[in-house]
Design a protein around this ligand. Structure first.
Ligand code: HEM
Length: 534
């Protein structure tokens, strides 16, 4: 038996494996070199200095030093799983999206649930929005439906997103609070942003902190478009409904759970899926046409509004089942890159200014977070349908064009071709107007739906909203901010406003906030001088 025979073992398929003395795979360097000793650095003598010759030591430490990538700028803490989506019936009358053509068709998906404000290591049960991001690996490319568990958003225009997030996350001088809305900066921004009031009601309500991801709803938030083969558009809003029903925890429960097990939501999903108890959601849609949009009380492009289900029924169109945990958290859950602009033919955008801003932001942020333009080559991000293009090179290129031709048109008859009839066609929306920085008046009512939401809650739920607001605002040191919030609450519900004001010890009720929204809000100076420390 030669040394060569001991090191190499011929596998069943005739391939060569390196095997260790005990029959296991040999530990190797990244270059495939077999390692004899992984416990001791190379040195001169037993007590002498280490040697630069030790390429194994250097490679091992180098790789470890580079293990961390930037966490997501928002939604840093998340947990994902694989599964499938099953279409209930053909929707070919409203959309040409391949995923919705055939009843019973199953499409693989990856879903990532998340909190928004906390860092990667923060606790699961924060009072925060939850992300509900779904990547459908359809036969015509990936569709990312990147939603939240609340159907409305804080702001109406993406240009305000950096300010919202700065205000919500830890304050820059003290670096806390890490994952709580209860602080001056957050409530300062909110109290200066009347459009956030509807979402604030949801965030302060019992619907916010899920019992687990399995009991959580999801929403696409924006109005999207379905487009059919005849290039006709139908507006669509997406809803996820958990089969187990919606269940939340109250704040006192959340505080205890966070202390005892900050991984509570992660553990729940892991245990459910590992034990074969697969969570399930229904995807439903609200469909409407231009006439409905023109006649509705609010603007369908305003992401701070819902279209009530009584007015426009929610129609189930398929189900989502999560049945497999990732093999590796980093490779899949951390490296998955959701982007709102990932839409297949038959799904298109509306002019919601929040959605259109997002369509820029996600690609940009993935480039930074995942370190270059080739993050789509990672298995979790790559389409599962055939895909071909002439993109090449860049850091970590793993799929360069094969052969001579890397451009089109070309006369060598090589490579993929554009497909005018099958490829993505944008909806032929007609647009014209001046270039302006202007919020439409139709975006101007910030209180009616906040009030409707509050009044739709049962008395105990209304009490919880009052308690949540009292707790949150009691952590705000600046009295003027507390009062400004009360002035908004007065426009939502007077009893709610007076209850919270009394509990906060506010003696004189402020005037209700000006309910007529200035459409050029952004140009007004902020009321910095009126803030008095107290
Ligand atoms: C991440 C939802 C608004 C920028 C996310 C994620 C979700 C989400 C679910 C996490 C994705 C994941 O699990 O990897 C939403 C919803 C919004 C909204 C529902 C409003 C309706 C915005 C806006 C912007 C933005 C207006 C910027 C203009 C980002 C960025 C990330 C992110 C930069 C990090 C992405 C990453 O690094 O993977 N968002 N978002 N979002 N969102 Fe949003």
């Amino acid at each position: 038996v030669t040394i060569h025979d001991q090191q190499l073992h011929r596998g069943a398929g005739g391939e060569l494996h390196q095997i260790a003395e005990d029959g296991a795979d040999v530990l190797t360097t990244s270059q495939g070199g077999p390692i004899a000793d992984d416990q001791n650095s190379l040195r001169i003598g037993a007590r002498g200095p280490l040697l630069m010759d030790d390429f194994h030591f250097r490679e091992k430490i180098f790789h470890f030093d580079h293990e961390r990538i930037p966490e997501r700028v928002v939604h840093a803490r998340g947990y994902g799983a694989h599964g499938f989506f099953e279409t209930y019936e053909s929707l070919s009358d409203v959309t040409r999206a391949d995923i919705f053509q055939r009843a019973g068709e199953k499409t693989p998906v990856f879903v990532r649930f998340s909190t928004v404000a906390g860092n990667k290591g923060s606790a699961d049960l924060a009072r925060d929005v939850r992300g509900f991001a779904v990547k459908f690996y359809t036969q015509e490319g990936n569709w990312d439906l990147v939603g939240n568990n609340i159907p409305v958003f804080f702001i109406q225009d993406a240009i305000k997103f950096p300010d919202l997030v700065h205000a919500a996350k830890q304050e820059p001088d003290r670096a806390f609070p890490q994952a709580q809305t209860a602080h001056d900066n957050f409530w300062d921004f909110i109290s200066l942003t009347p459009e956030s009031m509807h979402m604030v009601m949801w965030i302060m309500s019992d619907r916010t902190i899920p019992r687990s991801f399995r009991f959580m709803e999801g929403f696409g938030v924006h109005t999207f478009r379905f487009v059919n083969d005849k290039d006709e558009s139908t507006f669509v809003k997406f809803h996820w409904k958990p089969k187990l029903g919606l269940q939340s925890v109250a704040w006192n429960e959340a505080v205890k759970i966070n202390g005892a097990d900050p991984d509570f939501h992660r553990r729940d999903l892991w245990q459910a899926i590992q034990s074969g108890n697969f969570p399930e959601w229904e995807l439903s849609v609200q469909l409407f046409d231009q006439e409905f949009a023109d006649n509705w009380d609010f603007d369908v492009l305003d992401p701070t509004k819902i279209i009530p289900e009584e007015l426009l029924p929610v129609k189930p169109i398929g189900r989502l089942v999560l049945d497999r945990m990732p093999d590796n958290f980093f490779a899949e859950t951390e490296q998955v890159a959701f982007m709102t602009h990932n839409v297949p033919p038959g799904i298109d955008f509306s002019n919601d200014p929040l959605l259109q801003g997002r369509n820029f932001s996600y690609l940009d942020t993935q480039l930074k977070r995942l370190g270059g333009p080739n993050f789509t080559h990672l298995p979790i991000n790559a389409p599962k349908c055939p895909f071909h293009n002439f993109q090449q090179d860049g850091h970590m290129a793993m799929r360069n064009p094969v052969g001579r031709v890397n451009y089109q048109p070309n006369s060598f008859g090589e490579g993929p071709r554009q497909a005018p009839s099958r490829g993505y066609r944008h909806f032929l929306a007609e647009e014209n107007g001046q270039k302006v920085r202007l919020r439409p008046e139709s975006f101007g009512d910030h209180y009616s739906q906040a009030r409707q939401f509050f009044l739709s809650q049962t008395p105990p739920e209304q009490r919880h909203i009052a308690m949540a607001l009292t707790f949150e605002l009691s952590k705000v040191e600046t009295v003027a901010i507390r009062e400004r919030m009360i002035s908004h609450l007065l426009n939502i519900d007077e009893t709610l406003a007076t209850t919270v004001a009394q509990k906060l010890g506010i003696q004189t009720m402020p005037k209700p906030a000006d309910a007529a929204m200035p459409t050029r809000q952004d140009l007004e100076p902020s009321p910095a001088l009126s803030i008095v420390q107290g």
